[in-house]
Design a protein. Structure first.
Length: 214
């Protein structure tokens, strides 16, 4: 498995293939990703490569992180991300990766943090139909109904779908096809939508289930 990249979601647009087919694409701005450190199975228990993106000023980096960068002998970065790979021997500290790491036509997985929706009811959060609009139902039209049984089990099962905090979780969208790559602009265009809002940080990596049809 190869290393992934750190990118920023710019937004969505549309392109047209040679036959006139309209293709919705998401524009991902890939910041130059620098290899900060290497993890080995002998020393750390696993093989991985740590990347840094978006160089930051020292005054904007907290002291623990600044001490970590000083220990590595690296300039400070605002974003750090580890990617587990099979063999990190092919990378050296200081290597810089750009958008050309990916090629048009390949499948990728994109991980991002979804938009936070705050506290949401069961109908919005889980798509419940709600209770009846008439025939004795009063006030509780948008409630989720019963939450459990009687004496047995005498509790609410874990995982019960109820009202609560919605969004603001990490989500990975699988098997998105790379439509095109612009090296000069550092942009990767992928077909379809990816999690998160505009200017959100996302992580792109080779598809781990490329042989699976979704």
């Amino acid at each position: 498995m190869r290393i992934g990249l750190i990118a920023e979601k710019v937004g969505m647009t549309q392109l047209f293939d040679d036959d006139g087919t309209q293709v919705p694409v998401t524009v991902l701005k890939v910041s130059p990703c620098t290899v900060v450190s290497l993890k080995s199975k002998d020393k750390d228990g696993y093989d991985a490569v740590q990347l840094g993106a978006k160089e930051g000023k020292e005054k904007h980096i907290n002291k623990p992180q600044l001490g970590y960068f000083n220990k590595l002998g690296s300039k400070p970065f605002r974003i750090l991300k580890e990617f587990r790979i099979d063999d990190p021997a092919g990378y050296t500290v200081g290597d810089v990766l750009d958008a050309t790491h990916f090629s048009p036509g390949q499948l990728v997985d994109v991980t991002g943090r979804t938009k936070g929706k705050g506290f949401a009811g069961s109908m919005k959060r889980h798509g419940f139909g709600g209770l009846r609009a008439t025939h004795g139902v009063s006030i509780v039209h948008r409630c989720h109904g019963s939450t459990g049984n009687r004496t047995l089990p005498g509790r609410v099962f874990k995982g019960k779908r109820m009202a609560g905090h919605m969004g603001d979780v990490n989500v990975t969208t699988l098997n998105l096809k790379v439509h095109s790559v612009d090296k000069e602009m550092g942009v990767v265009l992928v077909r379809g939508a990816v999690p998160g809002g505009k200017n959100g940080v996302v992580y792109i990596r080779d598809a781990i289930k490329s042989g699976v049809t979704l």
